[in-house]
Design a protein around this ligand. Structure first.
Ligand code: TXA
Ligand code: MG
Length: 340
């Protein structure tokens, strides 16, 4: 059931559902979450089951305000506090040492916990109302089946889990890709998952250079969003430069097997491409936003839209190699990595 998040009654219904140990589709500014009371192990188990996610992959615990951190984290280093001060509420998750007595199942058995205070007003209202009912943290991974594209609308969530799930409609997510994750359990902050916040912004805010490992070491906490293949639509995704895209279009011959009059290849590019008239029915050209934030906002909805059209191949222009594109480049690279 999808409830209108603008109505106070919907907020109350959502908070009560969390208190009863039920699952909830929750809008946030990044993506929609599949939420449950982080302190209720049976409720958290329902998340893992519904997503098909391995139980040792930790979930992010969402709190209504920065004060909520003390309940879950045993220690907050100075640089982590500065990151919270600068970016909360907002699209930033901090991994902190976990109080051993709380949220062990939500944390996937790690001795750390991922904490985030979202800025979406509806998420905030639900978290605050739930807190008033004794739910102090809400575990919520992205509301998609394990390994699939994250949802950025209430309808996306319903398409993943069916209409039996209670979903609060908070409109299309502003940011569009998942939060930036920074591990704050070591001597220095380590970027685990890029998002819309750049390493430079993070480093400036906390006064310490944020480490951006190319390959996280074996001891690094597990982040399923960091698996090589993730965020995958049903279609095959390929990343190409503008020149490669044009060459690929030119190389397709109309006579070639598989080139039918139905459109089977989508092209999402920032550059203008030339498609000869006899091939136009085969290619679905969609403009990719020139701005990294606009592109993040559209990314998952665009991939889902191509899937809904039954497209078999998605050719995407490789994003620029600049830091503000890190989050989008990361998600597209994973979407383009075949599962094996
Ligand atoms: O924007 C977001 O972060 C969204 C919204 C709903 O808040 N949530 C989200 O959750 O993306 P999920 O579960 O799809 O991705 C969270 C990532 C996972 O890869 C998980 O492994 C990692 O955070 N994570 C959570 N707790 C962790 C911990 N204690 N140590 C290391 N990684 C952790
Ligand atoms: Mg996810």
């Amino acid at each position: 059931m999808i409830l209108n998040g603008q109505l106070p009654a919907s907020i109350a219904t959502a908070a009560q559902a969390l208190q009863r140990g039920e699952l909830l589709g929750l809008p946030t500014e990044t993506v929609y979450g599949l939420a449950a009371d982080a302190g209720n192990d049976a409720a958290v188990a329902k998340i893992f089951e519904a997503k098909g996610r391995p139980a040792n992959h930790p979930l992010i615990v969402h709190v209504a305000s920065a004060q909520g951190v003390q309940r879950f984290a045993s220690h907050v280093p100075d640089f982590a506090q500065k990151l919270m001060d600068a970016f909360w509420p907002g699209p930033l998750t901090l991994i902190l040492p976990r109080r051993p007595e709380v949220a062990a199942v939500a944390a996937g058995g790690q001795n750390s916990v991922g904490l985030r205070c979202p800025s979406h007003p509806i998420a905030h209202d639900v978290l605050q109302s739930a807190q008033d009912l004794g739910v102090f943290g809400v575990a919520a991974p992205s509301a998609n089946l394990f390994g699939r594209v994250s949802p950025t609308t209430a309808a996306h969530v319903a398409s993943e889990f069916g209409s039996e799930l209670l979903i609060i409609d908070g409109g299309a997510c502003d940011v569009g890709i998942e939060s930036t994750i920074v591990d704050c359990t070591r001597a220095a902050p380590v970027l685990l998952r890029p998002g819309v916040l750049t390493p430079q912004q993070l480093s400036e805010a906390c006064g310490v250079t944020v480490i951006t490992p190319n390959a996280p070491d074996a001891d690094a906490p597990r982040a399923s969003g960091t698996l090589a293949s993730h965020y995958a639509p049903a279609a095959k995704v390929q990343l190409m430069t503008a020149v490669e895209l044009q060459q690929a279009i030119d190389a397709q011959s109309v006579a070639q097997a598989g080139l039918t009059l139905t459109c089977t290849t989508a092209v999402w590019s920032r550059c203008a491409l030339h498609v000869p008239s006899d091939k136009r029915a085969h290619f679905n050209l969609q403009p990719m936003p020139l701005d990294a934030h606009d592109c993040a906002h559209q990314l998952f909805a665009q991939l889902r839209d191509f899937d809904a059209q039954g497209i078999a191949h998605i050719w995407v222009e490789t994003p620029p190699q600049t830091p503000e594109w890190d989050g989008v480049r990361d998600r597209l690279t994973r979407a383009a990595t075949p599962t094996c």
